[in-house]
Design a protein around this ligand. Sequence first.
Ligand SMILES: Nc1ncnc2c1ncn2[C@@H]1O[C@H](COP(=O)(O)OP(=O)(O)OP(=O)(O)O)[C@@H](O)[C@H]1O
Length: 258
Amino acid sequence: MPSIDNESAILATDLQKSYGSEVALDSLTLDIPHGTVYGFLGPNGAGKTTTMRLLTGLSDPDRGSVRVCGVEASDRRAIAGRVGYLPETPPLYDEFSAREQLEYVADLRDISRSDARERIDEYLDQFELADDADKRIDGYSKGMKQKTAFIQSVLHDPDVLYLDEPTSGLDPRAARTIRESITAFADAGTTVFLSTHILPVVEAVADEIGVLFDGRLVAEGTPTEVQARAETDETGSLEDAFLAVTSEPETGMMSQSE
Ligand SMILES: Nc1ncnc2c1ncn2[C@@H]1O[C@H](COP(=O)(O)OP(=O)(O)OP(=O)(O)O)[C@@H](O)[C@H]1O
């Protein structure tokens, strides 16, 4: 079971990040409670990947701070065991089988051989990979690769799980397996930070969403609140809300305190 601290799962304060003269993130503040799914929406180039790199401690902000379960993200050694990260292009060794890949990652994570074997077998079953677990990854479909990568990001039972476009390009069955797993992890107490531009994914699983546009958080609330704020009618989807707030960031701006 993930540990629970008094402090929020993710507490990011006034984050700023530039690449040369390009401001990728501007004054981003997030406060995400334990055991929730936070959907992080934004168009290409909005700054989602930059945010995830800061929230996982993979890069440092120019200004501001990040704490994950009370631990400074700059303390990489301390934070590494607390977080799991599934990047958009996951690192997998093509010449390994799924089982070899997962055993390799378990070893890097200092999970004992017997625990690793048990967890890996359970996950391979759960993700319907058991029959192909000893075949080479280079022969896998995109869905099989993504499921393998998902398992490797949760093998060490992280408190906070960051997922970057986890269902992008997957067949419906694989996408549903990932979606159901996201909900199951949150139900078990894991905090999930889900970055995507695929709105139905967020509508289906997120407790709260934040909309990022041009490096700024332009909307935050439950999916229902964001829909309501964007003044969509009854048939309005989150997609309408998203388009409304990102197409007119000045007039559509919604602060966290509103
Ligand atoms: N290493 C880098 N060097 C220079 N500019 C960068 C770098 N990484 C990101 N950027 C720029 O910062 C901005 C935010 O990029 P980021 O990748 O965080 O956005 P994103 O929302 O994840 O987009 P996508 O959905 O396309 O991955 C973009 O304008 C991008 O061009």
